[in-house]
Design a protein around this ligand. Structure first.
Ligand code: NAD
Length: 471
């Protein structure tokens, strides 16, 4: 049975309660894990506060060396960790390997910043120093358990903070393996503590010792977390839902666009925050692009993520699949045309998992749920547009503001889209990939605060002004 990681302890829940983690492809039990609660969060916060007193005072170059060594050790275990992620989350082994590798790389990237915290010398009497904040909470969803944990843990500990980390209830196992590997590689016990169980999220947000909370999750959860965090005036970073638009103009490279849209919509079985969730195509490019998108969707064989032939795993939960199916049905009921997929794959190998076909819908009418809500699965609504004006108007007609893309050969059109798309990220003629160096985060109801980049690192420090009087 898996255990929580709290300082040197590998511990069960204080209540003794447990729950099962199940494989979304087969329904089989992968492991039983502790269902922690407020008492466990309290223990973890105390442990993190204790570790902070030494970790934050370590010379920054030593912190950098420890993190590099720990990251290297973790990276040597990618082949062990990837199947664990596939079994609990459902994604293909290829996707799991990429994600596990990204975890170690992210720790290493921020390790390099550990000794580059600069204050400012402002005048002859004043200066500004930067200090770590203290104990930080990290709350993570199930779609990219490792990537989204590393996005928080890596900058936090590189800056000298300590962490209480809560994975999603359904995906704790690969995260535990990664943190265990960091500790084996030399990360001191107590610097990162892992608590498990649904109830631990709210307890982290409410705990008085925890000074900052970073959440990746849905927009409704973000609102609840922000309200609760106000009780103790915690700093918050909120990476929330998105409904990323992609505009394709007549002069676009359609092969490149089709590839990027296919990855953007169907990677990770469409359960991505940064992605391609609404597609607006100019009339002249429409038929050619649709043909290419359908050809690509047809190659995405759904299957158990552990099977080498699978190109798309199952959806993570039954509820998640039901939600996407309801959104697709709503569009079809309103008159949308199913261009590809639209149902569940048939065959005995699909009977026990939450499989769904990659789906492309055309002529999706205004007001359909696929336009107004986040679609967190492999279903893509497409709409013809006359010109860039119409594309930009529709793209921005959403409460969300996470990512966005444009495909065009026209620099002026691309530049206008970059300026006018209301989103934290715009890709121009590019596959939707977040880069370590670039600050990533949403606007509007997709949240605020940054992950990745020097900006994320700085958000795990706070400034203090200092005046030295004459002696
Ligand atoms: P979720 O909001 O249900 O849960 C996210 C995490 O928050 C889980 O660990 C959950 O246990 C915890 N949580 C739930 N309620 C809480 C509360 N009241 N207090 C504290 N913690 C609480 O999200 P999900 O279904 O796991 O993930 C999918 C959502 O995440 C989608 O909306 C997706 O767009 C979003 N997401 C955003 C990004 C981004 O970077 N912006 C990245 C990935 C996923």
């Amino acid at each position: 049975m898996a255990t929580m990681i709290i300082e040197g302890d590998r511990t069960k829940a204080a209540s003794g309660k447990t729950y099962e983690v199940r494989n979304p492809a087969t329904g089989e039990v992968v492991d039983e894990v502790p269902a922690g609660g407020p008492a466990d969060v309290d223990k973890a916060a105390q442990a993190a506060a204790k570790a902070f007193t030494t970790w934050s005072k370590l010379p920054a170059n030593q912190r950098r060396e420890i993190l590099h060594k720990a990251a290297q050790h973790m990276l040597s275990k990618v082949e062990e960790i990837a199947p664990v992620l596939t079994k609990e989350q459902g994604k293909t082994l290829l996707e799991s390997r990429l994600e596990a590798r990204r975890f170690g790389e992210n720790i290493a990237w921020f390790a390099d910043l550990a000794d580059k915290i600069h204050g400012q010398d402002l005048t002859t009497y004043g200066l500004v120093i930067r200090k770590p904040i203290g104990v930080c909470g990290a709350i993570v969803p199930w779609n990219f358990p490792l990537t989204l944990a590393a996005n928080k843990v890596a900058p936090a500990i590189a800056a000298g903070n300590t962490v209480v980390l809560k994975p999603a209830s359904t995906t704790p196992l690969a995260t535990l393996a990664c943190i265990e590997a960091l500790i084996e590689g030399g990360l001191p016990e107590g610097v990162v503590n892992v608590v498990l169980g649904q109830a631990t999220g709210e307890a982290i947000v409410g705990h008085p010792l925890i000074r900052k909370v970073a959440l990746t999750g849905s927009t409704p959860t973000g609102k609840r977390v922000m309200a609760k965090a106000s009780e103790t005036l915690k700093k918050v970073t909120l990476e929330l839902g998105g409904s990323d638009p992609c505009i394709v103009l007549d002069d676009a490279d359609l092969e490149g666009a089709a590839r990027a849209i296919s990855v953007g919509r169907f990677f990770n079985c469409g359960q991505q925050c940064l992605s391609t969730k609404r597609l607006y195509v100019q009339e002249g490019a429409y038929d050619g692009l649709m043909e290419k998108l359908v050809a690509r969707a047809a190659k995405l064989k759904p299957g158990n993520g552990l099977d080498k032939d699978s190109r798309m795993g199952p959806m993570h939960t039954e509820t998640q699949r039901a939600e996407v199916e309801a959104q697709v049905k709503d569009a079809v009921d309103r008159g949308a045309k199913v261009v590809y997929g639209g149902g569940r794959p048939k065959g005995s190998e699909y009977e026990h998992g939450w499989f769904i076909e990659p789906t492309i819908l055309a002529d999706v009418p205004d007001g359909a749920r696929m336009w107004t809500e986040e679609v967190f699965g492999p279903a893509l609504p497409v709409r013809k547009i006359k010109d860039l004006d119409e594309g930009l108007r529709l793209a921005n007609d959403t409460q969300f503001g996470l990512g966005s893309s444009i495909w065009t050969a026209n620099m002026a059109a691309a530049h206008r889209a970059v300026q006018e798309l209301e989103a934290g990220y715009t890709w121009v003629n590019s596959i939707v990939i977040a880069h370590d160096e670039l600050p990533f985060g949403g606007t509007k109801q997709s949240g605020f605060g940054k992950e990745h980049g020097v900006e994320a690192f700085m958000q795990y420090t706070e400034e203090k002004s200092v005046v030295y009087g004459g002696v």
